[in-house]
Design a binder for this molecule. Sequence first.
Ligand code: AMP
Length: 513
Amino acid sequence: MSKIIGIDLGTTFSAIAELDDLGNPEMLSDPENNNRITRSAVYIGRDKAIVGDKAVDAAVTNRNSTVFEVKSQMENNVVWSKKDGEWIEQDAKKTSKGYTPSQISSIILSKLKDYTSGVKKAVVTVPAMFADAARDATLDAAKLAKLDVELINEPTAAVLHYANLPGSSINGRVLIFDLGGGTFDITIANVKGKKVDVITSVGDKHLGGRRFDEEIINLIDKKYKKAKGKGLVKPLEDESLFTIAERIKKILSTKDKASEIIEGPKGPQKIDISRSEFENSIDTYIEKIKMLMEEALESKDLKANNISQTLLVGGSTRMPIINKVITKIMKKAPVKGVNVDEAVACGAAIYAGLQNKGNLNSAQKKSLSNVELNDVCNYYLGTLAIIYDKERDMGIQINDIVIPRDTKLPCSITKTYTVVSDGQKGIDCSVTQSEGEEKDKEFVNILSNEILDLSKNAKAGDPIEVTYSYDNSGKIHCIFEDKKSKKKHEISLKPAGAKDLKELKENLDFDIE
Ligand code: AMP
């Protein structure tokens, strides 16, 4: 019987959970060191790749061969160049040499799936605001790791876990506050028993613990310079400084002051950092967090007192300032009691059970019998269309929404547009994405702008059917159809020059440690 697996593929840490025989999620640990969370760091050697703490150690002497935070690159068409020790753009001819984010993520997935045996299928989590290209790259990573995968949004997985805890008191409209190593998501959901209905999500794909570590490094650098008259050399490129900064940050979660001896160009220096100094240094991020919390509530016309509980997810929620901010805005302290590093993987394992009901034993079936989950899409999807502007007496191009944000998943919506003029040669098949309901094309992200050729005898008013769908993994599918000629055009949202699966397999023959 195939195993029921959930994987949290995180920016700084990853984790894997399995549904046990009774239908409860159970964390799997690295057999080598018994750790339940694994650093998402990858060292790429000649014929072996190393994942986890050992990769972090390898970075000290082999910085160019060690990749951190691959998740923050998933939406980009880039490769990690070992020669340059950085991400470089992949050109349309695919000549840049290196490893794609999907290849590197596949190495992490391969490592995690070996914490047990016989894993073929899994649910992998992604940030709620992950772009389509990033979801696509995550699915490619899974295929490279020989995993059949469905995706679920991280805060959604976490609320599923909270709702399924034995004796759970989570009920009503809840806010899930998910602040990890590299991303921040806020999700609002209705919970009734084990039934979870997500209402909306907002977030920032680049806000998380690693940004806070950078601010601590900046503080260290300033203090070192003040004491020694000379600053550190390229401190933000020094991985051992990140390790020290993270340690300081964690100490400041429980103590008012942290001290470390810092080695620099002018010798060692003891550096003290206080909690208030640290909190001041991350002030702009804290303001952004407050703004997004307010935005999430306002987008659904909610006030703090309409939310029964705030649930915490992600390691960075251990910082005392986060507790203060939440208590101030929500007028109530957040719920404590789950392991914030493990909630996402556990929820993903529960979702994997829901998606594989045919594979469950009777106890698992019973345990999941009342569990239900509905998620929503997090972007508006539209296309560019010409409408007649009465005031200006001319046609103008606007962004017309096809799928509104917060539509329940999976979904498929068809809209009919028309050919504008007789003899028109083609139709602009632009696919647009936006967080707000935008009409102006300057404010939308154009995911694709292909052209559908029309037949020679196209006439004004001929119908063009546009069908957009979101699947269960939040992946977008778009088809433009000329109803007259029955010609269909399926849009590829992959960037020009993105490698296909066959090419991705080519330089990926590693023993994984
Ligand atoms: P996650 O992506 O949920 O695994 O969260 C990882 C992030 O949480 C990293 O940036 C960690 O440094 C951070 N983190 C973990 N524990 C603490 C702590 N006690 N205080 C502050 N940050 C923490």
